[in-house]
Ligand binder design. Structure first.
Ligand SMILES: NC(=O)c1ccc[n+]([C@@H]2O[C@H](COP(=O)([O-])OP(=O)(O)OC[C@H]3O[C@@H](n4cnc5c(N)ncnc54)[C@H](OP(=O)(O)O)[C@@H]3O)[C@@H](O)[C@H]2O)c1
Length: 286
């Protein structure tokens, strides 16, 4: 028995009788308040984990904005699939390394939302877009390092900063890290360090944005079979076997293992999770 029913029983009236006392306009207002469709913006939604998350988020009844860098056709296909589910979706081109382009991007997105919904705001920002770098310390160039810093740290920081005025109070930020921020594999020094950076950044976001009831969490996938890093987890049998061997559940991850975790964090049921690192790796290197 829930608490409301308990109180009604104590007052000796049924729920049906109780509803008669509730003025219709209040019921309507309440309904309206609760039926406003939430909106998630996910970077890198054209392929891989971002695509899977976008679809799973739409399945939960949210409208979705995705970004892509080069894969316009793939992004359009994701948009069509979401629309077929009955949710609204749109795709924007964005290079998340290019901080100077963020003002124009934010303006396009918020102008669109204002026209569509009457408000320029979104509810969830998912910083997912990214590229791999497998390079030993002795061989890594300054350009390679800058590229990874820009896509996995600087871009995440400034896109969040620019979007913050347009994230509804009570919303959320979800950053995507990696198991490589917890364990070290040769060749991933720069990438793993930037993901570790984004994990700490997430705690600061949670701390600073708590006054607006905005939650910030970070999901750390293990190795997943996507195009990432040339698709080597999926396509290189040796890499795939190595990952399976160090994973308690005995296989490499699939996009479906991650998208639902992202989507869960966009629900009210996850509303008390804040400032957390959630690793979804099937138990790698336990
Ligand atoms: N796969 C893994 O094993 C794994 C493990 C742990 C963490 N992660 C993290 O998960 C996230 C997604 O990886 P994934 O496996 O889904 O990779 P993916 O299949 O290669 O997809 C990458 C996505 O990011 C976009 N993107 C790449 N560079 C971009 C840039 N500079 N600006 C804007 N968008 C950009 C791509 O857009 P286009 O399609 O237009 O190129 C694509 O949508 C990354 O942050 C990655 O570090 C992946």
């Amino acid at each position: 028995m829930n608490f409301a029913n308990f109180r009604l029983i104590r007052a000796n009236i049924s729920y049906a009788e109780f509803s008669n006392f509730v003025p219709l306009n209040i019921t309507k207002q309440y309904k309206k308040m609760n039926t406003k469709t939430k909106i998630a913006l996910i970077t890198g939604g054209s392929r891989g984990l971002g695509k899977n998350a976008a679809l799973k988020i739409a399945q939960k009844g949210l409208d979705v904005i995705i970004t892509y860098k080069n894969s316009r056709e793939e992004a359009d296909a994701v948009v069509s699939e979401i629309k077929e589910m009955g949710q609204k979706a749109i795709a924007y081109q964005l290079d998340t390394r290019d901080v100077k382009s963020f003002d124009a991007f934010v303006k396009s997105v918020t102008d669109h939302l204002k026209t569509e919904t009457g408000s320029p705001n979104i509810d969830f920002l998912i910083n997912n877009a990214g590229t791999a770098l497998y390079s030993p310390i002795m061989e890594t160039t300054e350009e390679q390092l800058d590229d990874i810093v820009n896509v996995h740290f600087k871009g995440v920081f400034f896109l969040t900063q620019k979007m913050l005025p347009f994230i509804n109070d009570g919303g959320g930020i979800i950053n995507i890290s990696s198991g490589l921020a917890r364990f070290a594999l040769p060749g991933s020094s720069v990438y793993g360090s930037m993901k570790a950076g984004v994990e700490m950044m997430t705690k600061y976001m949670a701390k600073e944005l708590g006054s607006r009831k905005i939650k910030a969490n970070v999901i750390a996938p293990g190795a997943i079979e996507t195009d990432f890093g040339g698709g080597r987890t999926r396509d290189d049998q040796n890499v795939n076997a190595m990952i399976s061997n160090v994973t308690a559940l005995g296989r490499a991850g699939l996009p479906d293992d991650i998208g639902g975790v992202v989507a869960f964090l966009c629900t009210d049921d996850a509303g008390w999770i804040n400032g957390q690192r959630i690793e979804a790796s099937g138990g790698m290197f336990l």
